[in-house]
Design a protein around this ligand. Structure first.
Ligand SMILES: Nc1ncnc2c1ncn2[C@@H]1O[C@H](COP(=O)(O)OP(=O)(O)OP(=O)(O)O)[C@@H](O)[C@H]1O
Ligand SMILES: [Mg+2]
Length: 378
């Protein structure tokens, strides 16, 4: 028999394997769903800034810090397209009876906005379901249309099932086998009338053998037993064999997952077509509108910094937003109050973006490449 301390230690251990977002719990998820839209700080001119008393100025700068640190999510074309696909698939799964539902796998490189887009969808979906069906189910349970699980470092199947229980705060989440946890998770999903199970960072799941049969079988079980649409998110899922058809008899399970799962992708911005350059420009314009700096001018990002920002982010939304966020923090702190190459040169960005930067910069400098609309390349 283990004592209470033992299970507390194991609980702590599990927590370290789940991500640190409060979203691991349904209450945290609800907070995200109900969060009101942030109100931007007023756009003040240099002169108005000077007129602020020191307390008002400190308050204004503090609000700008938080604002710039949370500029998203923007409705980028990539996100719009993904949301449309998600609605198509999730709504088409609203069939009655015992049909296994088609799953979804968002498989794309890091920093392209997979989590951001999936959460935006989950939030809208939760709201719609509650609006249409009410906060409680017919049997009097709280309705939780979405269950979200985020994985970190080498999570096994048992931990995975337990993470679902963790989301619901189920009292039976401390002790049991993988199967026990699985049954309890199913129970929760049924009584809360869950319709969407989001599994983020699936690549952290322990893939026992290289071709992922165990993983595949498990999701097949969920797809068959749970009345939910599975939304899997990860990096390199295809390379891990999630959609493989397989050749042998044992591989048949993989083939089944492959057949039932629709892969969706997210791409970085590209500037090799006029359409791509238009998307890039519109995104910069949208960010520009949100930036609250006293010396901001029209076209500061979309015209003056277009090539520069592309070179530094290689069109990855994650790298772009990091750079803008840090740049704005510096512009406020140092009193420069605008974004320029000189200021942004001092701002560090992620390693992958920095690595690709040099090559792009030389292509822009020689005129071989442009990110701007209607401009001819040399
Ligand atoms: N549509 C968007 N608008 C504004 N910012 C965004 C948008 N999409 C992503 N970002 C920002 O980019 C960063 C990376 O996004 P996100 O975490 O969603 O990427 P990811 O594809 O899930 O990456 P990973 O594979 O590392 O989990 C985040 O800081 C996020 O705030
Ligand atoms: Mg993510």
């Amino acid at each position: 028999m283990s004592d209470g301390r033992g299970s507390a230690v194991r609980d702590g251990d599990l927590r370290s394997k789940l991500d640190h977002l409060t979203l691991s719990r349904k209450e945290g998820f609800k907070r995200l769903v109900d969060a009101p839209q942030r109100v931007p700080p007023d756009q003040l001119s240099r002169r108005q800034l000077r007129l602020l008393g020191s307390e008002a100025r400190a308050d204004y700068d503090q609000r700008r810090r938080t604002w710039h640190a949370n500029l998203g999510p923007l409705r980028t074309p990539q996100m719009e397209a993904l949301l449309e696909d998600l609605w198509d698939i999730v709504d088409s799964n609203d069939q009655e009876g015992d049909k296994a539902k088609g799953g979804i796998a968002i498989d794309a490189f890091p920093g392209l906005g997979k989590t951001t887009a999936a959460l935006a969808f989950a939030r809208q979906f939760h709201r719609r379901e509650i609006q249409e069906h009410g906060e409680y189910t017919d049997t009097g349970h709280e309705r939780w249309p979405v269950c979200r699980v985020g994985l970190t470092s080498n999570t096994g199947m048992r931990d995975f099932n337990r993470a679902i229980l963790e989301f619901y705060g189920h009292p039976g989440r401390f002790r049991g086998t993988a199967a026990d946890f699985g049954y309890r998770a199913l129970d929760c999903a049924l009584s809360c009338e869950a319709k969407l199970l989001v599994v983020d960072d699936l690549h952290f799941l322990r893939w026992k053998n290289s071709n992922g049969i165990e993983v595949s079988n498990h999701f097949k079980y969920i797809a068959n037993e749970f009345p939910v649409t599975l939304l899997l998110i990860g990096v390199g899922l295809q390379a891990r064999g999630l959609f493989d058809e397989g050749e042998s008899y044992e591989d048949a399970a993989l083939a089944q997952t492959g057949r039932r799962t629709t892969p969706l992708n997210m791409q970085p911005f590209t500037i090799d077509s006029e359409e791509g350059r238009r998307d890039w420009r519109n995104t910069l314009l949208a960010i520009e509108q949100r930036v609250v700096l006293a010396e901001k001018s029209a076209g500061m990002l979309a015209d003056e910094l277009s090539d520069y920002l592309f070179a530094r982010s290689t069109g990855h939304i994650g790298s772009l937003m990091t750079l803008i966020n840090r740049g704005c923090q510096r512009a406020v702190r140092t009193g420069v109050e605008r974004l320029s190459p000189e200021l942004l040169d001092k701002v560090k960005n992620d390693a992958a973006a920095e690595k690709a930067r040099r090559e792009l910069e030389s292509a822009f400098a020689s005129g071989r490449l442009t990110s701007r609309l209607g401009k001819r390349v040399a």
